[in-house]
Write a protein that binds this ligand. Structure first.
Ligand SMILES: [Zn+2]
Length: 463
């Protein structure tokens, strides 16, 4: 008797052979996948305590969001029409720099709920600060049932690239202390929640971190066997900084200070010249592409097509909710293709298959969990989503990969399984109190603006 069987499903496995089943089944025992095959065969072979009949569902690996700012979720929709640096300096950082622990906690709960409801089963979270109450955030991640990486900012300067005083004083940290707290966080929380919680380092952007501190982070990440994530080459100012200060392009500087490698996920990576892509490929550095955020803020478009051709591992991220505004990986997959096809004037590439790879198996590499999740195959942990296709915008299904990328949205996800456990069923999240979280987040919206002295500018005035 096994624990769980999903049958009668169209399955996109993203396994090594990229098999897609017309009428497939998945046998799950404990938190792992026992076997994937044809429904008829597996139904004969196993008896399960629980059977999910997935007729009319596409079943696929859970989506992996490789860039998420949990504390920013309750800033959703605050002043959309602002240039990226102004947005950070005048809105995002002052609001975060005025937070109390409850603000950050409610934002985190909302973000976790939103991700699970949109079929995200694992995420790479960046940018935690002591004022947010990091312990409660770590516990919230564990309790939600999701798989996640959290990371604390490390910094010893208050600037951002060439802008020396960009960061809000409420977010300033001292180098030694920020590094020690990041190490404490790893020692206390890494591997908790049956291994679902990982803790990494997130050094702030160039201008916020000295060369020496970057190197120490690199050494410590190796020492602890954890990853590093950092915003890199996201605006022209970043590239100007490394060139002006060190005579190096952003990827050359990354290489010089130890910010490259298999355990490093650099976010955005828009301002890389062609020859820098070879450095990323040779060092197996992961690039997290955030297409909706980049297009919304007119930041430019990362050379994802070229990166993929050169063998760079490109994964996808939602980024923060003030710059996106939803944590829906389906939108990221679709937007990534739209931007690349238009950038290179190529309607043939990338395809839906590449988009799904970026959101699943490439994402698993991006969070150092390639052997654990990212595909549906024997021995991997069961992080699986069921997408309901009985919808006018999804019927008929000629090709499930096309339906997922070109037509589906997060709201089409019906059931979410993480580590073998059903976390959401019939769109009802079993681990969280949805109504309570929505109510608290809505109630908090004025407080976080007032305490930071920030106003929302409306194009059409509210009456
Ligand atoms: Zn970000």
């Amino acid at each position: 008797m096994i624990d769980l069987m999903i049958c009668n499903a169209q399955i996109i496995t993203v396994d090594t052979q990229r098999r897609v089943f017309e009428n497939g089944a998945i046998a799950i025992e404990g938190n792992k996948i026992l076997e994937v095959g044809k429904s008829g065969e597996l139904m004969q072979k196993y008896t399960a305590r629980r059977v999910l009949d997935a007729t009319h569902f596409i079943v696929m690996p859970g989506l992996i969001n490789c860039h998420m700012h949990l504390p920013q979720v309750i800033m959703r929709g605050v002043n959309d029409n602002v240039e990226v640096m102004d947005k950070l300096k005048y809105y995002i950082w002052p609001i975060q720099g005025s937070y109390d622990e409850e603000d950050a906690y409610i934002s985190t709960q909302l973000g976790l709920l939103e991700m699970i409801k949109a079929g995200t089963t694992a995420f790479l979270g960046t940018g935690l600060h002591p004022r947010y109450g990091i312990g409660a955030i770590a516990q919230a991640v564990i309790d939600s049932g999701i798989r996640g990486v959290i990371s604390k900012y490390v910094m010893d300067q208050t600037g951002y690239a060439l802008d020396k005083s960009a960061l809000h004083p409420g977010l300033w940290e001292n180098g030694e202390e920020s590094l020690r707290m990041a190490c404490d966080l790893i020692e206390n929380w890494h591997g908790k929640g049956e291994g679902r919680l990982q803790v990494w380092f997130s050094p702030r952007s160039v201008g916020g971190v000295s060369e020496e501190l970057f190197r120490r982070v690199s050494d410590l990440a190796k020492h602890y066997g954890v990853g590093i994530t950092a915003h890199w080459a996201e605006v022209q100012n970043n590239a100007d900084y490394t060139l002006e200060r060190f005579g190096l392009l952003p990827a050359e500087y990354a290489q010089k200070v130890g910010m490259v490698g298999k355990n490093v996920t650099l976010v955005h990576g828009i301002y890389f010249e062609d020859r820098e892509l070879d450095i990323l490929a040779a060092t197996q550095t992961n690039i997290c592409h955030c297409p909706v955020c980049n297009a919304k803020l007119a930041m430019g478009t990362a050379k994802v097509t070229q990166m993929l051709h050169k063998g760079v591992n490109v994964c996808l991220g939602n980024d923060g909710m003030p710059v996106n505004n939803t944590a829906d990986m389906f939108r990221e997959m679709r937007t990534a293709l739209l931007l690349q096809r238009n950038l290179y004037r190529d309607p043939l590439y990338p395809t839906a298959a590449e988009a799904i790879e970026m959101a699943t198996i490439n994402g698993a590499k991006g969070i150092l969990a390639e052997d654990v999740v990212g595909s549906i195959e024997t021995g991997k942990h069961a992080d699986i989503i069921l997408v309901n296709t009985r919808k006018p915008h999804l019927i008929p299904i000629h090709d499930p990969t096309s339906a997922i990328v070109w037509a589906a949205n997060g709201e089409d996800v019906d059931t979410v399984i993480i580590d073998g456990k059903i976390i959401m069923e019939n769109r009802h999240v079993l681990t969280m109190n949805e109504e309570d979280i929505l109510e608290q987040a809505e109630r908090r919206k004025h407080k976080i603006l007032e305490q930071a002295g920030v106003k929302v500018n409306h194009v059409w005035k509210l009456q």
